[in-house]
Structure formats: structure tokens, C-alpha cells
Design a protein around this ligand. Structure first.
Ligand SMILES: Cc1cc2nc3c(=O)[nH]c(=O)nc-3n(C[C@H](O)[C@H](O)[C@H](O)COP(=O)(O)O)c2cc1C
Length: 329
């Protein structure tokens, strides 16, 4: 690949995209594919990996792709390639989410430390300690979200937090009685998980005890926390955007990645929760009664301090060759 007369090593682009594959995604579905062209790389939603019973309107799929897009920009920057992004470049092809033009530019320390956070970040579904998240840290996370065009709203008022917990619970009840949802989840988690899906070693056995009622319960989860009666100390936040179209969802995913990587740099543990937004009535509760109708909720995020004990294991990813199509070298 040659850009502005300068040669860009294909292996560099490939290894940056391999690092970006560590981006979080709904049920670890990794619903993206990359097409590497002569001057630009293209991000597409991989519709074959869409989970229609879980994610009927495709929001989680596009948010996941947005996270992969931001991870890719971070990984490319650390490899000496700055990027300019054209989002939703083709009106006739809605699954073509972004065209990313590359420009050689030396990496600086910020690029390198952010890229290093990609490998340390994990979804941590355990109950967090009761140490408070300092307000300066919350401000920094909100700034990272704002830089990507999204809003990160901490839910601290007792009434709003109560309504959010009710929405999480109501969504859980609706999904647990939906056979199509249960079937989709079963083939994506526990002993069936391989290079996609979530292995049992990263799932809670009992969410009510371990995750304070906010994390998802999986019957074949292996992670247990002693029940010492302590409540979950996680700060609940809502990631939201001004509109609720695919472009906003893509930007929400980019903001999610920016927030998660910065939280990792700060030593904070995180856990995305999409469940309350996957069920229409719960999503409307979050929009109207938690955000007071001011913004469209895209994801709930638990943020806090992880309990002492074994670190969370990395969740496997698909081979990179499965995600990339290369043409016109
Ligand atoms: C859009 C989106 C929705 C998610 N929803 C949930 C969720 O509701 N509950 C949960 O425990 N994890 C959720 N996750 C986290 C994924 O399960 C996790 O990213 C994936 O299993 C890969 O693991 P890792 O984040 O540790 O690399 C979500 C992630 C994304 C990007």
C-alpha cells in the first residue's frame, strides 16, 4: 500500500487490526469485517454475526463495530499510522460503516500507552468493591466520551438509580422467558464458546450475589464470589447520544472504546450492560426516567474497582484472517 508516495507495510496494518480484534462486542460476536484496499481500510458490519433475538434493532452490533473502529484507530496510531474516518460512506450500502484513510505519522507516548491498554482491558462481571470512583476520574471518562460525540451520564441520584435497576430487572425477566433469546445465548456462552462467544470461566454462576443484581446470570458460569453481604459498589453510567440512528450508534461504540481504554489506564474495572436497552419497554424507561428524555441511551456501563483475587481471563477471538479481506496490495 502506498500513500502520498510513502509505502505502508501491509503487515503493520494487519497486526494493528489483529490488536483491534480485542475490542469488546455483544456476546463476543465480533460482528465486523475489514476490507483492506490500496489507500483505505473499510469497516463493514458482518450481518452473519448479528444476534436478532438478543439485538432486534441491531444497536449492539453497530456499537460493537464502533468499538472495533476506535480500537483500530488506536492500534494504527501506535503503529505510526494516523487515520481520517468517513463514517457511513455509502448510502446504498448500510453495512459499510466506515472508510479509514491512513497517513504516516510517528506514534507518541499517548498513542503507545492507550494501545497497551487494549491488551489489559477485560469485561469484569464480578461485584465491585465499595471504594468510590473519584469524581475527577468520572469527569475524565465523560470527556473521553464527549470527544467521540457521546454523553456518559453517571447515575447517582437514588431515584434514577432505582429506576435503572428496575429496568435491568424487567429486561432480564422479559428475556428469560423468550425462547429464541435463550437459544441464541446458549449457543454463544459457556461450554459452546470457542473463538467467539463467552467461555464459562468468564461468566458468573450467580449474578444476584456476585454482580449485585446488575450483571447477567449464566447457569453455566464458573466465576463465584463469596457472599459476604456487601452490595455491588459499581458506579452505574449510561452512554447516550443525541439521536438514535446507525451513525449515532457507531459513534457510541467509538466512545465506549475510548471510555473503556481510559478506565483501564486509570486502573478501573468495567462491564458493559446492553440488556436493559435490548427490550423496548426497559429502553424507554432508561430514556425517559433515567435520562429525562434528553438523549438516546446506547449502553449501560458499570465502572468501579475490581475485587482482589484472580484477574479476569482474556476472552478468545476469531483468527484475524477470518476478519480481513485484502485486495490490491
Ligand atoms: C454492545 C455490547 C454489549 C454488551 N453487553 C453485555 C451485557 O449485557 N452483559 C455482559 O456481561 N457483557 C456485555 N458485553 C461485554 C461482552 O460480553 C464482552 O465484550 C465480550 O464477551 C468479550 O470479552 P472482553 O470484553 O473481556 O474482551 C457487551 C459488549 C458490547 C460491546
Amino acid at each position: 500500500m502506498t500513500i502520498n508516495g510513502r509505502h505502508i507495510d501491509q503487515r503493520t496494518v494487519r497486526s494493528a487490526l489483529a490488536l483491534a480484534a480485542a475490542a469488546p462486542s455483544v456476546h463476543n460476536s465480533q460482528p465486523w469485517r475489514w476490507v483492506v484496499g490500496p489507500h483505505t481500510i473499510h469497516l463493514h458490519a458482518d450481518l452473519a454475526r448479528w444476534l436478532p433475538a438478543t439485538d432486534a434493532d441491531g444497536r449492539d452490533m453497530i456499537v460493537s463495530c464502533g468499538a472495533a473502529l476506535h480500537h483500530a484507530r488506536v492500534a494504527l496510531a501506535a503503529a505510526g499510522l494516523a487515520s481520517s474516518v468517513h463514517r457511513m460512506p455509502n448510502r446504498d450500502e448500510p453495512d459499510h460503516l466506515a472508510a479509514v484513510a491512513l497517513h504516516p505519522r510517528p506514534a507518541d507516548d499517548t498513542d503507545l500507552t492507550l494501545a497497551a491498554a487494549i491488551l489489559r482491558r477485560r469485561t469484569d462481571r464480578r461485584r465491585f468493591t465499595d471504594w468510590e470512583v473519584p469524581s475527577a476520574f468520572i469527569d475524565e471518562l465523560s470527556e473521553r466520551a464527549a470527544e467521540q460525540g457521546a454523553l456518559l451520564r453517571p447515575v447517582t441520584a437514588a431515584r434514577s438509580r432505582g429506576r435503572l435497576l428496575e429496568a435491568i430487572q424487567a429486561a432480564a425477566e422479559a428475556q428469560e422467558s423468550n425462547v429464541a433469546y435463550l437459544a441464541e445465548r446458549a449457543i454463544r456462552t459457556g461450554c459452546h464458546a470457542d473463538v467467539e462467544g463467552i467461555p464459562a470461566v468468564n461468566l458468573l454462576r450467580d449474578a444476584v450475589v456476585s454482580g449485585g443484581g446488575t450483571a447477567m446470570q449464566f447457569s453455566d458460569g464458573l466465576v463465584e464470589q463469596p457472599s459476604d453481604g456487601a452490595p455491588d459498589g459499581a458506579l452505574l453510567t449510561v452512554l447516550a447520544t443525541g439521536s438514535d440512528d446507525p451513525l449515532s450508534q457507531l459513534r457510541a461504540g467509538e466512545a465506549l472504546s475510548a471510555v473503556l481504554l481510559h478506565a483501564t489506564e486509570l486502573g478501573l474495572a468495567t462491564c458493559p450492560l446492553s440488556r436493559p436497552l435490548e427490550v423496548g419497554t426497559s429502553r424507554r424507561t432508561v430514556r425517559d426516567e433515567v435520562l429525562e428524555g434528553t438523549a438516546a441511551p446506547q449502553l449501560v456501563l458499570r465502572v468501579g474497582w475490581a475485587p482482589l483475587g484472580s484477574p479476569v481471563r482474556p476472552t478468545p477471538r476469531r483468527p484475524i484472517d477470518d476478519m480481513i479481506k485484502q485486495f490490491a496490495l
